[in-house]
Write a protein of this length. Structure first.
Lengths: 263, 227
């Protein structure tokens, strides 16, 4: 049971989708992929089939985008549409079929990242929003939020500054550091606005990955139906997974609290 | 981002539209020859020709990977690349730009494939409004006869075979292009297209076109002359 943001695609029924669509949003280097990996493992252990996916991985366009970016030759309108094509391809061939089959779909970014990126580059917000109106509304959107000052050391001491993540395609007169700071600041501001408009579940991304993971688990628990052998997982101690057990208990407690609230 | 109708540029943009077999490409070629001979700085831009996106589109078509949504979006991407890198800079520089097919082709095709018409129009809102949009109107039977005389059979997407309207390419072409003709008819008043009767002799159509184009060129003050 899903609906889009207002535009229906021919041949793509959304009302018979039984799976859950869970989105992780956040800027570059905020730790999304670590969380996706942890969540996938956790969900599978609980008996949920999981599809994890991300941007620019489609069979149709993925390669083309990669190649085009290597040449740095794409205009901003073109790039926005190229990404939208890729997204549509992934939606039709990966995400929707998985949701139809009852999978939990974990996606590393969704249309919101694409919107933010386009708007930072000065494109008309109404035009940008319209492009993605065919996207199904997710069951939950978790936004891993971080400030630029916390983000910079992560970039410096892990991967270095990336050309695109620094917005060098349009702040070309700046050096990478200044450009990165400017670009990510603008991006975060866009995200904050989108968070309100699209009802993101905002999570502080500064703490340790494990602590963030616990919050995400609690949030996801709220939207999932009781999984297979739920109680057994929570009470049977298994060696070597100390932290995640603690997390299970937190999750269970929150669930109970939810029920109390509803009652 | 400038929207349709907002661009103020010294160049002139002439586009031709119509179904396959309407003769629009022939007419545009003749117009091109004439403008060159008259000494105008004229550049020709084809639908679906951006080097960057072409490969993806080609692969998608060849392997029949495209759905109505990705068909629509990949063509919009291609058109955006041509607009940003080619059409807008040329018009700013004062060139006469000729396009064989324009956004109206996308509107007609995509709506015929079931895409939301409002959504497509907004998708292409970045396009420059043409100085004149010529629409070559031709009955379906005439167009089909011309295509059959010229080459063997219809192409997969051109005949709308992806829609499963009919297993017979001829019949599918007829049904699909019929829908497209209806869409074009709707767009004539919506976008103020200039209709040319494409059943008239080639010379007569060309004469009409040249008169109209000439009127728009004499008004223009900053046109570039060919080197």
């Amino acid at each position: 049971m899903k609906e889009s943001y207002g535009v229906r695609l021919p041949g793509l029924e959304l009302d018979d989708l039984v799976g859950k669509l869970i989105v992780l949003e956040g800027t570059d280097g905020v730790g999304r992929s670590t969380q996706i990996r942890l969540l996938k493992e956790w969900l599978e252990q609980q008996g949920h089939a999981v599809l994890d996916t991300g941007l620019t991985r489609s069979g149709l366009v993925g390669k083309g985008i990669k190649r085009a970016k290597e040449g740095h030759t794409l205009g901003r309108i073109t790039l926005s549409l190229f990404y939208a094509t890729d997204f549509a391809d992934r939606l039709e061939n990966e995400i929707v079929p998985a949701l139809r089959a009852g999978f939990v779909v974990l996606t590393d970014r969704y249309t919101y990242s694409l919107m933010a990126r386009s708007m930072v580059r000065g494109l008309d917000p109404a035009w940008v929003r319209n492009i993605h109106r065919f996207a199904p509304k997710p069951d939950a959107i978790f936004y891993l939020r971080i400030g630029v000052d916390e983000l910079i050391p992560r970039a410096v001491f892990t991967r270095g500054f990336d050309y695109w993540e620094s917005g060098m395609d349009f702040y070309s007169t700046e050096d990478m550091y200044d450009s990165f700071r400017k670009y990510q600041t603008a991006l975060l501001q866009q995200f904050d606005e989108l968070a309100e408009e699209f009802n993101f579940n905002v999570i502080d991304a500064r703490p340790e990955p494990r602590a963030i993971f616990e919050q995400l688990k609690a949030g996801i628990d709220r939207i999932l139906a009781p999984p297979v052998a739920r109680a057994a997982v929570a009470v049977t101690p298994s060696p070597g997974t100390g932290t995640s057990e603690a997390g299970e208990e937190v999750a269970v407690e929150e669930l109970a609290e939810e029920r109390r609230k509803r009652a | 981002m400038k929207r349709y109708g907002d661009h103020r540029i010294p160049g002139r943009l002439f586009v031709v539209e119509g179904i396959d077999g309407s003769g629009k490409s022939t007419q545009l070629m003749l117009l091109h020859q004439w403008l060159k001979a008259e000494g105008y700085g004229v550049v020709f831009s084809e639908w679906n020709s951006s080097p960057l996106v072409k490969d993806t589109t080609k692969r998608g078509k060849k392997k029949q990977l495209l759905t109505p949504a990705t068909f629509s979006l990949i063509h919009a991407t291609d058109f955006a690349d041509r607009t940003e890198r080619n059409i807008i800079p040329l018009l700013k520089a004062g060139a006469v730009v000729l396009c064989d097919r324009y956004i109206y082709t996308a509107f007609a095709r995509d709506a015929s494939r079931g895409m939301d018409p409002e959504w497509i129009r907004e998708l292409y809102a970045f396009a420059v409004k043409p100085t004149v949009g010529f629409y070559f109107r031709v009955p379906l039977e005439v167009a089909m006869k011309r295509i059959n005389d010229a080459r063997a059979g219809f192409k997969y997407y051109e005949a709308g075979m992806d829609l499963g309207l009919s297993d017979d390419p001829n019949e599918s072409f007829r049904l699909f292009q019929g829908r497209i003709l209806d869409e074009y008819d709707r767009m004539i008043p919506e976008f103020g297209l200039t209709v040319i009767d494409a059943t008239l002799p080639i010379e007569t159509q060309q004469q009409e076109m040249r008169l109209m184009v000439l009127a728009k060129l004499t008004q223009a003050k900053q046109l570039r002359v060919a080197p």
